[in-house]
Design a protein around this ligand. Sequence first.
Ligand SMILES: Nc1ncnc2c1ncn2[C@@H]1O[C@H](COP(=O)(O)OP(=O)(O)O)[C@@H](O)[C@H]1O
Ligand SMILES: [Mg+2]
Length: 269
Amino acid sequence: MSDAAERVKPLAMAGQTLSPELHVRFAYDGSGAVMARTAGVQLAAVGLSKRYRKGQVEIPVLRGVDLQVRRGEFLSIIGQSGSGKSTLLHLLGTLDAPDDGEVHFQGRRIDNLPTRARDQFRNQQLGMIFQFYHLLPELTALENVLAPLLIAEGAIGYLRRRKQHLARATALLELVGLSHRLKHKPRELSGGEMQRTAIARALVANPAVLLADEPTGNLDGATGEEILRILRTLNEEQQLTIVMVTHDRAIAAGADRTVRLAHGQVELV
Ligand SMILES: Nc1ncnc2c1ncn2[C@@H]1O[C@H](COP(=O)(O)OP(=O)(O)O)[C@@H](O)[C@H]1O
Ligand SMILES: [Mg+2]
């Protein structure tokens, strides 16, 4: 890939504007087949490494992870507890920075963006859900879904478009089957309902990619299946790109494609 990267340079230096799509095509233009396959890459890890330091000891968690997620794909990542799944998802979501390697979104490098640009990118393009929902306990389901918009736009901007926002948040809660729980606080919701609220919140800013870290990890089998069904529907009907981390093979099987994280690297399953 390094000589492919060299081929990109002269074009960029000549002052031609390369669209992100085109950039990917040139960067990976090794053969026709590769080119066709990578043209639709939305999110990519390139040689990602991450180590944690514990006292004097360095623990390598990721050792050169290469991964491509295509636009509209539903990818699951399985691996044992401690294999680095959350670490990888956090790097893909720019919540943490790699020691080596790069993260690309639609052909543009995102892991080294300045903090503000990175936060803005994350708020606009990524939605995230987690095993323990991370809802704000004092807010209702509806307010939890609205919260990212309030944070992104500030009070004045938010109030200006309040009606529109309310309509969108309500529609999203309806989409996940929670229109009868708008005013409930998290403690008044079941686990499945909390996760559905978290899904609606993740979608409120209309992200391109949803990153899900063990979204069914705290739910019983049937409720986990329901959450999976919602994710599948979002993927199929709205072409939402989804990367889902799970240790549950049955849940992973609901995705289009599964890869396994083991020994710090991604293996095909
Ligand atoms: N902030 C941290 N400091 C030190 N070690 C960490 C930290 N975060 C994760 N680890 C270690 O990295 C490994 C991978 O963690 P994680 O990505 O959470 O795995 P998974 O999500 O697959 O269970 C584990 O051994 C964990 O203990
Ligand atoms: Mg984890």
